[in-house]
Design a protein around this ligand. Structure first.
Ligand code: G6P
Length: 613
Protein backbone atom coordinates (compact mmCIF):
# COMPACT_ATOMS: atom_id res chain seq x y z
CA UNK A 1 0.00 0.00 0.00
CA UNK A 2 1.16 3.61 -0.48
CA UNK A 3 4.53 4.53 0.96
CA UNK A 4 6.15 7.88 1.74
CA UNK A 5 9.79 8.90 1.98
CA UNK A 6 11.12 12.44 2.38
CA UNK A 7 14.52 13.96 3.10
CA UNK A 8 16.03 17.36 3.79
CA UNK A 9 19.82 17.46 3.88
CA UNK A 10 22.95 19.26 2.79
CA UNK A 11 23.64 16.65 0.14
CA UNK A 12 21.82 15.20 -2.83
CA UNK A 13 18.92 13.13 -1.42
CA UNK A 14 17.70 11.44 -4.60
CA UNK A 15 19.43 8.10 -3.92
CA UNK A 16 18.18 8.13 -0.32
CA UNK A 17 14.62 8.59 -1.55
CA UNK A 18 14.91 5.87 -4.18
CA UNK A 19 16.46 3.41 -1.74
CA UNK A 20 13.65 4.24 0.70
CA UNK A 21 11.03 3.47 -1.95
CA UNK A 22 12.73 0.14 -2.72
CA UNK A 23 12.51 -0.74 0.94
CA UNK A 24 8.78 0.01 0.87
CA UNK A 25 8.12 -2.17 -2.15
CA UNK A 26 6.92 -4.98 0.09
CA UNK A 27 3.79 -2.96 0.92
CA UNK A 28 2.48 -3.32 -2.64
CA UNK A 29 2.07 -0.44 -5.12
CA UNK A 30 1.48 0.26 -8.78
CA UNK A 31 3.42 3.45 -9.56
CA UNK A 32 6.10 5.61 -8.01
CA UNK A 33 7.33 9.17 -8.08
CA UNK A 34 9.70 11.69 -6.60
CA UNK A 35 9.91 15.51 -6.40
CA UNK A 36 13.18 17.33 -5.70
CA UNK A 37 14.19 20.92 -5.26
CA UNK A 38 17.72 21.62 -6.43
CA UNK A 39 17.70 25.24 -7.48
CA UNK A 40 14.45 27.03 -6.50
CA UNK A 41 14.76 29.17 -9.63
CA UNK A 42 14.45 26.14 -11.86
CA UNK A 43 11.48 24.89 -9.84
CA UNK A 44 10.45 21.53 -8.49
CA UNK A 45 11.70 18.59 -10.59
CA UNK A 46 9.12 15.80 -10.57
CA UNK A 47 9.65 12.32 -12.00
CA UNK A 48 6.93 9.68 -12.04
CA UNK A 49 6.68 6.21 -13.53
CA UNK A 50 4.12 3.43 -13.65
CA UNK A 51 5.20 0.00 -12.42
CA UNK A 52 8.22 -0.95 -10.38
CA UNK A 53 10.50 1.43 -8.48
CA UNK A 54 13.24 0.22 -10.83
CA UNK A 55 11.51 2.23 -13.59
CA UNK A 56 11.70 5.36 -11.45
CA UNK A 57 15.34 4.68 -10.68
CA UNK A 58 16.09 4.44 -14.40
CA UNK A 59 14.14 7.62 -15.18
CA UNK A 60 15.86 9.50 -12.34
CA UNK A 61 19.26 8.41 -13.62
CA UNK A 62 18.44 9.49 -17.14
CA UNK A 63 17.32 12.91 -15.94
CA UNK A 64 20.26 13.25 -13.54
CA UNK A 65 17.82 14.00 -10.74
CA UNK A 66 19.31 15.79 -7.76
CA UNK A 67 18.32 18.07 -4.90
CA UNK A 68 18.93 18.61 -1.21
CA UNK A 69 15.22 18.44 -0.48
CA UNK A 70 12.76 15.88 -1.76
CA UNK A 71 9.70 13.72 -1.28
CA UNK A 72 8.90 10.37 -2.86
CA UNK A 73 6.01 7.94 -2.94
CA UNK A 74 4.81 4.54 -4.01
CA UNK A 75 1.13 4.64 -4.95
CA UNK A 76 -1.52 1.94 -4.66
CA UNK A 77 -4.46 3.25 -6.63
CA UNK A 78 -7.68 4.03 -4.78
CA UNK A 79 -9.05 7.11 -6.62
CA UNK A 80 -8.17 7.42 -10.28
CA UNK A 81 -6.67 4.67 -12.41
CA UNK A 82 -3.06 3.55 -12.46
CA UNK A 83 -1.25 6.16 -14.55
CA UNK A 84 1.75 8.43 -14.57
CA UNK A 85 -0.46 11.46 -14.00
CA UNK A 86 -2.13 9.92 -10.97
CA UNK A 87 1.17 8.85 -9.38
CA UNK A 88 2.41 11.11 -6.55
CA UNK A 89 3.88 13.67 -5.91
CA UNK A 90 1.04 15.98 -6.93
CA UNK A 91 1.60 19.65 -7.42
CA UNK A 92 -0.23 22.93 -7.54
CA UNK A 93 0.91 25.63 -9.94
CA UNK A 94 4.49 24.38 -9.85
CA UNK A 95 4.86 25.81 -6.35
CA UNK A 96 3.65 23.14 -3.94
CA UNK A 97 4.32 19.40 -4.23
CA UNK A 98 3.09 16.71 -1.90
CA UNK A 99 2.83 13.00 -1.24
CA UNK A 100 -0.17 11.51 0.53
CA UNK A 101 -1.15 8.19 2.07
CA UNK A 102 -4.81 7.64 2.89
CA UNK A 103 -8.13 8.75 1.51
CA UNK A 104 -9.78 12.17 1.53
CA UNK A 105 -13.51 11.52 1.83
CA UNK A 106 -14.74 15.03 1.00
CA UNK A 107 -12.46 15.44 -2.03
CA UNK A 108 -15.38 15.90 -4.44
CA UNK A 109 -16.84 18.90 -2.59
CA UNK A 110 -13.39 20.45 -2.24
CA UNK A 111 -12.66 19.81 -5.91
CA UNK A 112 -15.81 21.69 -6.99
CA UNK A 113 -14.93 24.57 -4.69
CA UNK A 114 -11.36 24.76 -6.01
CA UNK A 115 -12.51 24.58 -9.64
CA UNK A 116 -14.84 27.51 -8.93
CA UNK A 117 -11.82 29.35 -7.49
CA UNK A 118 -9.96 28.82 -10.79
CA UNK A 119 -7.84 25.71 -10.06
CA UNK A 120 -7.37 23.21 -12.89
CA UNK A 121 -7.18 19.53 -12.01
CA UNK A 122 -4.65 17.34 -13.77
CA UNK A 123 -5.42 14.01 -12.05
CA UNK A 124 -8.27 11.77 -10.96
CA UNK A 125 -6.94 11.49 -7.42
CA UNK A 126 -8.42 12.64 -4.16
CA UNK A 127 -4.95 13.92 -3.22
CA UNK A 128 -4.74 16.75 -5.71
CA UNK A 129 -7.24 18.83 -3.73
CA UNK A 130 -4.76 19.00 -0.85
CA UNK A 131 -2.04 20.47 -3.07
CA UNK A 132 -4.41 23.17 -4.32
CA UNK A 133 -5.75 23.92 -0.84
CA UNK A 134 -2.21 24.46 0.42
CA UNK A 135 -1.36 26.59 -2.58
CA UNK A 136 -4.50 28.64 -2.04
CA UNK A 137 -3.59 29.21 1.62
CA UNK A 138 -0.04 30.22 0.68
CA UNK A 139 -1.20 32.66 -1.95
CA UNK A 140 -3.97 34.02 0.29
CA UNK A 141 -1.43 35.38 2.67
CA UNK A 142 -0.35 32.52 4.92
CA UNK A 143 3.13 32.95 3.54
CA UNK A 144 4.83 30.18 5.49
CA UNK A 145 4.31 26.53 4.59
CA UNK A 146 3.40 25.31 8.07
CA UNK A 147 0.35 27.57 8.63
CA UNK A 148 -0.72 26.93 5.03
CA UNK A 149 -0.70 23.16 5.62
CA UNK A 150 -2.50 23.71 8.95
CA UNK A 151 -5.23 25.68 7.17
CA UNK A 152 -5.55 23.08 4.41
CA UNK A 153 -5.80 20.03 6.63
CA UNK A 154 -8.49 21.72 8.69
CA UNK A 155 -10.66 21.34 5.58
CA UNK A 156 -9.99 17.62 5.10
CA UNK A 157 -12.23 14.75 6.15
CA UNK A 158 -10.59 11.36 5.96
CA UNK A 159 -7.19 9.89 6.59
CA UNK A 160 -3.81 11.25 5.67
CA UNK A 161 -0.11 10.98 6.10
CA UNK A 162 1.36 13.96 4.23
CA UNK A 163 4.75 15.25 3.15
CA UNK A 164 4.70 18.74 1.59
CA UNK A 165 7.34 20.97 0.00
CA UNK A 166 7.17 24.55 -1.29
CA UNK A 167 9.45 25.82 -4.04
CA UNK A 168 9.76 29.20 -2.30
CA UNK A 169 10.76 27.65 1.03
CA UNK A 170 13.29 25.07 -0.15
CA UNK A 171 14.74 24.36 3.28
CA UNK A 172 11.81 22.49 4.82
CA UNK A 173 9.34 19.63 4.60
CA UNK A 174 6.07 19.87 6.45
CA UNK A 175 4.47 16.57 7.42
CA UNK A 176 1.10 15.76 8.98
CA UNK A 177 -0.52 12.64 10.31
CA UNK A 178 -4.15 11.73 10.80
CA UNK A 179 -5.14 8.09 10.67
CA UNK A 180 -1.98 7.00 8.81
CA UNK A 181 1.45 6.20 10.21
CA UNK A 182 4.35 8.59 9.77
CA UNK A 183 7.75 8.42 11.34
CA UNK A 184 10.51 11.03 11.38
CA UNK A 185 14.07 9.81 11.02
CA UNK A 186 16.56 11.99 12.88
CA UNK A 187 19.99 12.41 11.30
CA UNK A 188 22.97 14.67 11.88
CA UNK A 189 22.60 17.75 9.73
CA UNK A 190 19.79 16.01 7.86
CA UNK A 191 16.31 14.75 8.67
CA UNK A 192 13.88 12.36 7.08
CA UNK A 193 10.29 11.22 7.08
CA UNK A 194 8.69 7.96 6.02
CA UNK A 195 5.57 5.90 6.43
CA UNK A 196 7.65 3.04 7.86
CA UNK A 197 11.04 3.25 9.63
CA UNK A 198 12.25 0.45 7.40
CA UNK A 199 12.44 2.95 4.53
CA UNK A 200 15.10 4.91 6.41
CA UNK A 201 17.20 2.06 7.80
CA UNK A 202 20.05 3.04 5.48
CA UNK A 203 20.35 6.58 6.88
CA UNK A 204 19.39 6.52 10.53
CA UNK A 205 18.42 4.32 13.45
CA UNK A 206 16.77 7.12 15.45
CA UNK A 207 13.06 7.60 14.96
CA UNK A 208 10.21 9.73 16.22
CA UNK A 209 6.79 8.15 15.79
CA UNK A 210 4.27 10.85 15.10
CA UNK A 211 1.00 10.61 16.99
CA UNK A 212 -2.54 11.22 15.78
CA UNK A 213 -2.99 14.87 14.78
CA UNK A 214 0.74 15.68 14.79
CA UNK A 215 2.09 18.25 12.39
CA UNK A 216 5.84 18.68 12.00
CA UNK A 217 8.36 20.83 10.20
CA UNK A 218 11.71 19.35 9.28
CA UNK A 219 14.75 21.28 8.18
CA UNK A 220 18.24 19.83 7.89
CA UNK A 221 19.02 20.79 11.48
CA UNK A 222 15.66 20.97 13.24
CA UNK A 223 12.55 18.95 13.93
CA UNK A 224 9.57 20.80 15.38
CA UNK A 225 6.29 19.08 16.18
CA UNK A 226 2.87 20.53 16.99
CA UNK A 227 -0.39 18.97 18.03
CA UNK A 228 -3.62 20.87 18.32
CA UNK A 229 -1.73 24.15 17.90
CA UNK A 230 0.76 23.47 20.70
CA UNK A 231 4.45 22.57 20.43
CA UNK A 232 5.01 19.03 21.68
CA UNK A 233 8.06 16.90 22.41
CA UNK A 234 8.12 13.35 21.17
CA UNK A 235 10.55 10.70 22.31
CA UNK A 236 13.30 9.52 19.97
CA UNK A 237 13.39 5.71 19.75
CA UNK A 238 16.46 3.83 18.58
CA UNK A 239 15.71 0.87 16.32
CA UNK A 240 18.38 -1.77 15.92
CA UNK A 241 19.77 -2.51 12.48
CA UNK A 242 18.13 -5.94 12.69
CA UNK A 243 14.68 -4.39 12.55
CA UNK A 244 15.51 -2.87 9.22
CA UNK A 245 17.08 -6.02 7.80
CA UNK A 246 15.81 -7.10 4.41
CA UNK A 247 17.81 -9.92 3.03
CA UNK A 248 16.54 -13.04 1.29
CA UNK A 249 19.72 -14.92 2.18
CA UNK A 250 19.85 -18.36 0.56
CA UNK A 251 16.17 -18.25 -0.41
CA UNK A 252 14.62 -17.39 -3.73
CA UNK A 253 11.75 -15.39 -2.26
CA UNK A 254 10.90 -13.71 1.03
CA UNK A 255 7.82 -15.92 1.26
CA UNK A 256 9.96 -19.04 1.07
CA UNK A 257 12.38 -17.65 3.64
CA UNK A 258 9.51 -16.78 5.94
CA UNK A 259 7.94 -20.24 5.63
CA UNK A 260 11.26 -21.77 6.67
CA UNK A 261 11.73 -19.28 9.50
CA UNK A 262 8.60 -20.59 11.23
CA UNK A 263 10.28 -22.96 13.72
CA UNK A 264 12.44 -20.10 15.00
CA UNK A 265 9.60 -17.57 14.87
CA UNK A 266 7.42 -19.90 16.98
CA UNK A 267 10.31 -20.55 19.36
CA UNK A 268 10.79 -16.78 19.78
CA UNK A 269 7.06 -16.31 20.29
CA UNK A 270 6.95 -19.00 22.99
CA UNK A 271 10.04 -17.67 24.68
CA UNK A 272 9.18 -15.81 27.88
CA UNK A 273 5.50 -16.70 27.45
CA UNK A 274 5.66 -20.29 28.66
CA UNK A 275 7.88 -22.19 31.05
CA UNK A 276 8.20 -25.96 30.73
CA UNK A 277 4.71 -26.64 31.98
CA UNK A 278 3.01 -23.31 32.54
CA UNK A 279 1.90 -20.25 30.68
CA UNK A 280 3.54 -17.12 32.10
CA UNK A 281 0.62 -14.75 31.91
CA UNK A 282 2.74 -11.81 33.07
CA UNK A 283 3.92 -11.76 29.46
CA UNK A 284 0.62 -10.05 28.65
CA UNK A 285 1.60 -7.15 30.93
CA UNK A 286 1.32 -6.20 34.57
CA UNK A 287 -2.39 -5.49 34.62
CA UNK A 288 -3.35 -8.41 32.37
CA UNK A 289 -4.13 -10.85 35.20
CA UNK A 290 -6.81 -8.57 36.64
CA UNK A 291 -8.31 -8.06 33.20
CA UNK A 292 -8.39 -11.80 32.44
CA UNK A 293 -10.21 -12.39 35.75
CA UNK A 294 -13.17 -10.41 34.39
CA UNK A 295 -13.39 -12.08 30.98
CA UNK A 296 -16.46 -14.18 30.24
CA UNK A 297 -16.21 -14.25 26.44
CA UNK A 298 -14.01 -13.10 23.62
CA UNK A 299 -14.63 -10.99 20.53
CA UNK A 300 -11.95 -11.30 17.86
CA UNK A 301 -11.67 -8.96 14.86
CA UNK A 302 -9.14 -9.19 12.03
CA UNK A 303 -8.68 -9.22 8.26
CA UNK A 304 -7.28 -11.72 5.76
CA UNK A 305 -4.96 -14.34 7.15
CA UNK A 306 -5.24 -12.86 10.64
CA UNK A 307 -9.00 -13.42 10.45
CA UNK A 308 -8.34 -17.10 9.78
CA UNK A 309 -6.17 -17.20 12.90
CA UNK A 310 -9.17 -15.82 14.79
CA UNK A 311 -11.43 -18.54 13.37
CA UNK A 312 -9.05 -21.24 14.61
CA UNK A 313 -8.84 -19.57 18.02
CA UNK A 314 -12.61 -19.77 18.41
CA UNK A 315 -12.34 -23.59 18.62
CA UNK A 316 -9.54 -23.37 21.20
CA UNK A 317 -11.38 -20.79 23.30
CA UNK A 318 -14.44 -23.03 23.33
CA UNK A 319 -12.65 -26.31 24.03
CA UNK A 320 -9.81 -25.13 26.30
CA UNK A 321 -11.15 -21.97 27.92
CA UNK A 322 -14.81 -23.10 27.73
CA UNK A 323 -15.67 -19.56 26.67
CA UNK A 324 -17.92 -18.32 23.90
CA UNK A 325 -16.03 -16.53 21.16
CA UNK A 326 -17.24 -14.43 18.28
CA UNK A 327 -14.97 -13.76 15.32
CA UNK A 328 -15.72 -10.86 12.99
CA UNK A 329 -14.23 -9.60 9.79
CA UNK A 330 -12.88 -6.20 10.82
CA UNK A 331 -14.29 -4.39 7.79
CA UNK A 332 -17.84 -5.34 8.83
CA UNK A 333 -17.57 -5.05 12.58
CA UNK A 334 -18.22 -1.35 12.98
CA UNK A 335 -21.14 -1.34 10.59
CA UNK A 336 -23.22 -3.75 12.65
CA UNK A 337 -25.38 -3.19 15.67
CA UNK A 338 -22.96 -5.07 17.85
CA UNK A 339 -24.23 -6.41 21.12
CA UNK A 340 -21.39 -6.43 23.60
CA UNK A 341 -22.12 -8.94 26.35
CA UNK A 342 -20.74 -8.05 29.79
CA UNK A 343 -17.30 -9.49 30.31
CA UNK A 344 -16.21 -9.43 26.66
CA UNK A 345 -12.52 -9.15 25.88
CA UNK A 346 -11.93 -7.45 22.51
CA UNK A 347 -8.98 -8.96 20.64
CA UNK A 348 -7.63 -7.38 17.44
CA UNK A 349 -5.28 -9.66 15.52
CA UNK A 350 -2.98 -8.15 12.92
CA UNK A 351 0.47 -8.76 11.53
CA UNK A 352 1.13 -5.13 10.64
CA UNK A 353 -1.02 -3.36 13.22
CA UNK A 354 -1.80 -0.78 10.53
CA UNK A 355 -4.66 -2.46 8.67
CA UNK A 356 -7.24 0.31 8.33
CA UNK A 357 -10.28 -1.86 9.01
CA UNK A 358 -8.79 -3.60 12.04
CA UNK A 359 -7.71 -0.26 13.46
CA UNK A 360 -11.12 1.23 12.78
CA UNK A 361 -12.80 -1.73 14.54
CA UNK A 362 -10.53 -1.18 17.54
CA UNK A 363 -11.29 2.53 17.58
CA UNK A 364 -15.01 1.75 17.32
CA UNK A 365 -14.71 -0.62 20.28
CA UNK A 366 -12.73 1.99 22.22
CA UNK A 367 -15.28 4.69 21.44
CA UNK A 368 -18.33 2.58 22.30
CA UNK A 369 -18.50 3.61 25.91
CA UNK A 370 -15.76 1.11 26.49
CA UNK A 371 -18.24 -1.70 27.03
CA UNK A 372 -15.52 -4.30 26.64
CA UNK A 373 -13.48 -5.46 29.59
CA UNK A 374 -10.42 -4.30 27.66
CA UNK A 375 -8.92 -4.27 24.18
CA UNK A 376 -5.99 -6.55 23.43
CA UNK A 377 -3.78 -6.38 20.32
CA UNK A 378 -2.05 -9.49 19.02
CA UNK A 379 0.40 -7.96 16.61
CA UNK A 380 3.81 -8.35 15.01
CA UNK A 381 4.88 -4.70 15.01
CA UNK A 382 5.67 -3.19 18.39
CA UNK A 383 5.42 0.38 17.20
CA UNK A 384 2.19 -0.01 15.25
CA UNK A 385 -0.94 2.08 15.75
CA UNK A 386 -2.89 -1.02 16.84
CA UNK A 387 -0.45 -1.72 19.64
CA UNK A 388 -0.38 1.88 20.74
CA UNK A 389 -4.15 2.25 20.78
CA UNK A 390 -5.06 -1.02 22.55
CA UNK A 391 -5.29 -1.33 26.32
CA UNK A 392 -2.65 -4.03 26.24
CA UNK A 393 -0.85 -6.15 23.72
CA UNK A 394 1.15 -9.28 23.17
CA UNK A 395 3.58 -9.38 20.28
CA UNK A 396 4.15 -12.19 17.86
CA UNK A 397 7.91 -12.49 17.53
CA UNK A 398 7.85 -13.44 13.87
CA UNK A 399 10.39 -10.82 12.81
CA UNK A 400 9.68 -8.70 9.83
CA UNK A 401 7.38 -10.34 7.30
CA UNK A 402 7.93 -9.04 3.79
CA UNK A 403 6.12 -11.49 1.49
CA UNK A 404 2.63 -10.13 0.91
CA UNK A 405 1.16 -13.57 1.57
CA UNK A 406 1.36 -13.98 5.32
CA UNK A 407 2.97 -17.17 6.65
CA UNK A 408 5.07 -16.93 9.81
CA UNK A 409 2.82 -14.18 11.14
CA UNK A 410 -0.12 -16.61 10.96
CA UNK A 411 1.53 -19.49 12.79
CA UNK A 412 2.88 -17.18 15.49
CA UNK A 413 -0.55 -15.58 15.87
CA UNK A 414 -1.96 -19.07 16.39
CA UNK A 415 0.75 -19.76 18.95
CA UNK A 416 -0.27 -16.70 20.97
CA UNK A 417 -3.99 -17.35 20.61
CA UNK A 418 -3.46 -20.85 22.00
CA UNK A 419 -1.60 -19.32 24.94
CA UNK A 420 -4.50 -16.89 25.42
CA UNK A 421 -6.96 -19.81 25.47
CA UNK A 422 -4.90 -21.48 28.20
CA UNK A 423 -4.65 -18.29 30.26
CA UNK A 424 -8.43 -17.83 30.12
CA UNK A 425 -8.98 -21.57 30.60
CA UNK A 426 -7.14 -21.44 33.91
CA UNK A 427 -9.90 -19.24 35.25
CA UNK A 428 -12.58 -21.48 33.88
CA UNK A 429 -11.77 -24.94 35.13
CA UNK A 430 -8.70 -25.92 33.08
CA UNK A 431 -6.79 -28.20 35.46
CA UNK A 432 -3.12 -27.49 36.04
CA UNK A 433 -2.16 -30.95 34.73
CA UNK A 434 -4.08 -30.20 31.52
CA UNK A 435 -2.28 -26.87 31.25
CA UNK A 436 1.04 -28.67 31.78
CA UNK A 437 0.24 -31.13 29.00
CA UNK A 438 -0.77 -28.37 26.60
CA UNK A 439 2.36 -26.35 27.35
CA UNK A 440 4.59 -29.41 26.89
CA UNK A 441 2.88 -29.95 23.53
CA UNK A 442 3.50 -26.34 22.58
CA UNK A 443 7.16 -26.57 23.53
CA UNK A 444 7.48 -29.40 21.01
CA UNK A 445 5.90 -27.34 18.24
CA UNK A 446 9.02 -25.75 16.67
CA UNK A 447 10.60 -29.19 16.09
CA UNK A 448 7.39 -30.56 14.62
CA UNK A 449 7.18 -27.61 12.22
CA UNK A 450 10.79 -28.26 11.30
CA UNK A 451 9.98 -31.89 10.52
CA UNK A 452 6.96 -30.87 8.47
CA UNK A 453 9.11 -28.51 6.42
CA UNK A 454 11.11 -31.54 5.33
CA UNK A 455 8.15 -32.43 3.11
CA UNK A 456 9.20 -29.55 0.88
CA UNK A 457 10.64 -31.69 -1.93
CA UNK A 458 7.66 -34.03 -2.01
CA UNK A 459 5.26 -31.08 -2.11
CA UNK A 460 7.29 -29.41 -4.86
CA UNK A 461 6.81 -32.53 -7.00
CA UNK A 462 3.12 -32.61 -6.24
CA UNK A 463 2.64 -28.95 -7.13
CA UNK A 464 3.44 -29.77 -10.79
CA UNK A 465 0.01 -31.33 -11.02
CA UNK A 466 -1.56 -27.97 -10.16
CA UNK A 467 0.12 -25.68 -12.62
CA UNK A 468 -2.44 -26.18 -15.41
CA UNK A 469 -5.48 -26.09 -13.15
CA UNK A 470 -7.83 -23.11 -12.96
CA UNK A 471 -9.87 -24.09 -9.91
CA UNK A 472 -9.38 -26.02 -6.71
CA UNK A 473 -11.32 -27.02 -3.63
CA UNK A 474 -9.95 -27.17 -0.09
CA UNK A 475 -11.76 -29.25 2.51
CA UNK A 476 -11.39 -29.46 6.28
CA UNK A 477 -13.68 -30.41 9.15
CA UNK A 478 -14.11 -28.55 12.43
CA UNK A 479 -11.02 -26.63 13.45
CA UNK A 480 -9.42 -27.64 10.15
CA UNK A 481 -11.97 -25.66 8.16
CA UNK A 482 -10.20 -22.32 8.85
CA UNK A 483 -6.95 -24.10 7.96
CA UNK A 484 -8.49 -25.09 4.63
CA UNK A 485 -9.60 -21.47 4.18
CA UNK A 486 -6.07 -20.25 4.84
CA UNK A 487 -4.69 -22.84 2.38
CA UNK A 488 -7.14 -21.67 -0.29
CA UNK A 489 -6.28 -18.02 0.37
CA UNK A 490 -2.55 -18.71 -0.01
CA UNK A 491 -3.05 -20.57 -3.30
CA UNK A 492 -5.23 -17.88 -4.87
CA UNK A 493 -3.10 -14.98 -3.60
CA UNK A 494 0.15 -16.09 -5.10
CA UNK A 495 -0.60 -18.57 -7.89
CA UNK A 496 -3.85 -16.92 -9.06
CA UNK A 497 -5.52 -20.35 -9.18
CA UNK A 498 -9.09 -19.98 -8.04
CA UNK A 499 -9.38 -21.79 -4.72
CA UNK A 500 -12.40 -22.24 -2.52
CA UNK A 501 -12.58 -23.76 0.93
CA UNK A 502 -15.51 -25.70 2.34
CA UNK A 503 -16.25 -27.49 5.57
CA UNK A 504 -15.95 -31.09 4.34
CA UNK A 505 -19.46 -31.84 5.64
CA UNK A 506 -20.88 -29.25 3.25
CA UNK A 507 -19.49 -31.02 0.19
CA UNK A 508 -22.74 -32.63 -0.83
CA UNK A 509 -24.65 -29.40 -0.34
CA UNK A 510 -23.21 -27.84 -3.45
CA UNK A 511 -19.51 -28.03 -4.25
CA UNK A 512 -19.72 -31.72 -5.21
CA UNK A 513 -21.36 -30.53 -8.41
CA UNK A 514 -18.04 -28.98 -9.42
CA UNK A 515 -15.93 -32.08 -8.84
CA UNK A 516 -14.36 -33.69 -11.90
CA UNK A 517 -10.87 -34.65 -12.99
CA UNK A 518 -9.92 -31.00 -13.56
CA UNK A 519 -10.77 -29.90 -10.06
CA UNK A 520 -8.10 -30.88 -7.54
CA UNK A 521 -9.54 -31.40 -4.08
CA UNK A 522 -7.09 -30.71 -1.27
CA UNK A 523 -7.95 -32.19 2.09
CA UNK A 524 -6.43 -31.75 5.55
CA UNK A 525 -6.88 -34.96 7.51
CA UNK A 526 -5.56 -34.97 11.06
CA UNK A 527 -6.06 -37.89 13.39
CA UNK A 528 -9.13 -36.81 15.33
CA UNK A 529 -12.73 -37.76 16.11
CA UNK A 530 -13.96 -36.51 12.77
CA UNK A 531 -11.67 -38.76 10.77
CA UNK A 532 -14.27 -41.39 9.86
CA UNK A 533 -16.67 -38.72 8.69
CA UNK A 534 -13.87 -37.18 6.64
CA UNK A 535 -13.12 -40.56 5.04
CA UNK A 536 -16.69 -40.70 3.74
CA UNK A 537 -16.23 -37.22 2.25
CA UNK A 538 -13.10 -38.49 0.46
CA UNK A 539 -15.08 -41.38 -1.03
CA UNK A 540 -17.72 -38.95 -2.26
CA UNK A 541 -15.01 -37.16 -4.24
CA UNK A 542 -13.31 -40.31 -5.61
CA UNK A 543 -16.67 -41.76 -6.69
CA UNK A 544 -17.16 -38.73 -8.94
CA UNK A 545 -13.81 -38.95 -10.64
CA UNK A 546 -12.26 -36.20 -8.52
CA UNK A 547 -8.52 -36.14 -7.81
CA UNK A 548 -7.72 -35.96 -4.11
CA UNK A 549 -4.58 -34.58 -2.47
CA UNK A 550 -4.71 -35.45 1.19
CA UNK A 551 -2.39 -34.09 3.86
CA UNK A 552 -2.81 -36.71 6.52
CA UNK A 553 -1.47 -37.51 9.95
CA UNK A 554 0.90 -40.45 9.41
CA UNK A 555 -0.92 -42.27 12.22
CA UNK A 556 -4.15 -42.75 10.27
CA UNK A 557 -2.57 -45.08 7.73
CA UNK A 558 -4.16 -43.56 4.64
CA UNK A 559 -2.48 -44.76 1.44
CA UNK A 560 -2.16 -43.23 -2.00
CA UNK A 561 -4.09 -44.84 -4.85
CA UNK A 562 -5.13 -43.89 -8.38
CA UNK A 563 -7.52 -41.15 -7.30
CA UNK A 564 -5.84 -40.05 -4.10
CA UNK A 565 -2.34 -38.78 -3.41
CA UNK A 566 -1.51 -38.90 0.29
CA UNK A 567 1.22 -36.84 1.94
CA UNK A 568 1.95 -37.92 5.48
CA UNK A 569 2.67 -35.38 8.19
CA UNK A 570 4.48 -36.29 11.39
CA UNK A 571 1.99 -37.28 14.08
CA UNK A 572 1.36 -34.49 16.58
CA UNK A 573 -0.76 -33.69 19.61
CA UNK A 574 -4.26 -32.83 18.39
CA UNK A 575 -4.20 -29.28 19.73
CA UNK A 576 -1.32 -28.43 17.39
CA UNK A 577 -3.01 -29.75 14.23
CA UNK A 578 -4.10 -26.36 12.86
CA UNK A 579 -0.55 -25.01 13.02
CA UNK A 580 1.14 -28.10 11.59
CA UNK A 581 -1.34 -28.64 8.77
CA UNK A 582 -0.98 -25.02 7.64
CA UNK A 583 2.68 -25.54 6.74
CA UNK A 584 2.27 -27.99 3.80
CA UNK A 585 -0.48 -25.80 2.36
CA UNK A 586 1.91 -22.82 2.40
CA UNK A 587 4.52 -24.90 0.60
CA UNK A 588 1.99 -26.15 -1.93
CA UNK A 589 0.94 -22.64 -2.95
CA UNK A 590 4.54 -21.45 -3.01
CA UNK A 591 5.62 -24.20 -5.41
CA UNK A 592 2.49 -23.90 -7.55
CA UNK A 593 3.23 -20.17 -7.88
CA UNK A 594 6.86 -20.86 -8.84
CA UNK A 595 5.68 -23.08 -11.68
CA UNK A 596 3.17 -20.47 -12.79
CA UNK A 597 5.88 -17.81 -12.73
CA UNK A 598 3.95 -15.24 -10.72
CA UNK A 599 5.45 -12.39 -8.71
CA UNK A 600 5.38 -14.34 -5.45
CA UNK A 601 6.42 -11.66 -2.99
CA UNK A 602 4.31 -8.97 -4.64
CA UNK A 603 1.20 -10.64 -6.09
CA UNK A 604 -0.73 -8.47 -8.51
CA UNK A 605 -3.28 -6.05 -7.04
CA UNK A 606 -2.44 -6.94 -3.45
CA UNK A 607 -0.71 -5.01 -0.71
CA UNK A 608 1.08 -6.16 2.40
CA UNK A 609 -0.39 -3.52 4.59
CA UNK A 610 -3.88 -2.41 3.63
CA UNK A 611 -4.05 1.03 5.15
CA UNK A 612 -7.25 2.19 3.48
CA UNK A 613 -10.78 1.01 4.08
C1 G6P B 1 -3.43 -7.90 3.52
C2 G6P B 1 -2.28 -8.86 3.41
C3 G6P B 1 -2.62 -10.18 4.10
C4 G6P B 1 -3.02 -9.91 5.55
C5 G6P B 1 -4.15 -8.89 5.64
C6 G6P B 1 -4.36 -8.43 7.08
O1 G6P B 1 -4.52 -8.37 2.80
O2 G6P B 1 -1.98 -9.10 2.06
O3 G6P B 1 -1.50 -11.03 4.08
O4 G6P B 1 -3.43 -11.11 6.14
O5 G6P B 1 -3.80 -7.72 4.90
O6 G6P B 1 -3.21 -7.77 7.51
P1 G6P B 1 -2.75 -7.62 8.99
O7 G6P B 1 -1.46 -6.87 8.91
O8 G6P B 1 -3.82 -6.85 9.69
O9 G6P B 1 -2.59 -8.99 9.56
Amino acid sequence: MCGIVGAVAQRNVSDILLEGLKRLEYRGYDSAGMALIDDPDTGIATIKTVGKVANLVAAAKKQGASGNLGIAHTRWATHGNISRANAHPHDSSGRVALVHNGIIENHETLRQELIAAGYKFATGTDTEVIAHLIHQALENGEGALLPAVTAAIARLRGAYGLGVIDRRQPDRIVVARSGMSLVIGAGIGENFVASDPLALGQVTDRFIYLEEGDLAQLTSDSIEIWNDGRRVDREIATLSGKAAEMDKGEYQHFMQKEIFEQPQAIRDTLSGRVSEEKVLEEAFGVSAGKIFDKVKQVQIVACGTSFHAGLVAKYWLESIARMPCQVDIASDYRYRDIIVQPGTLFVAVSQSGETADTLAALRYANAHNRKHVATLAICNVATSSLVRESDFCVLTMAGQEIGVASTKAFTTQLTLLLILAIVLGRRNGLASEDEARLVRDMNGLPDLVDKTLQLDKEIRKLSKQFSDKHHSLFLGRGIQYPVAKEGALKLKEISYIHAEAYPAGELKHGPLALVDSNMPVIVVAPNNDLLDKLRSNLSEVSARGGKLYVFADEGIGLESDRSCKVINLPGCPEVLDPILFTVPLQLLSYHAAIIKGTDIDHPRNLAKSVTVE
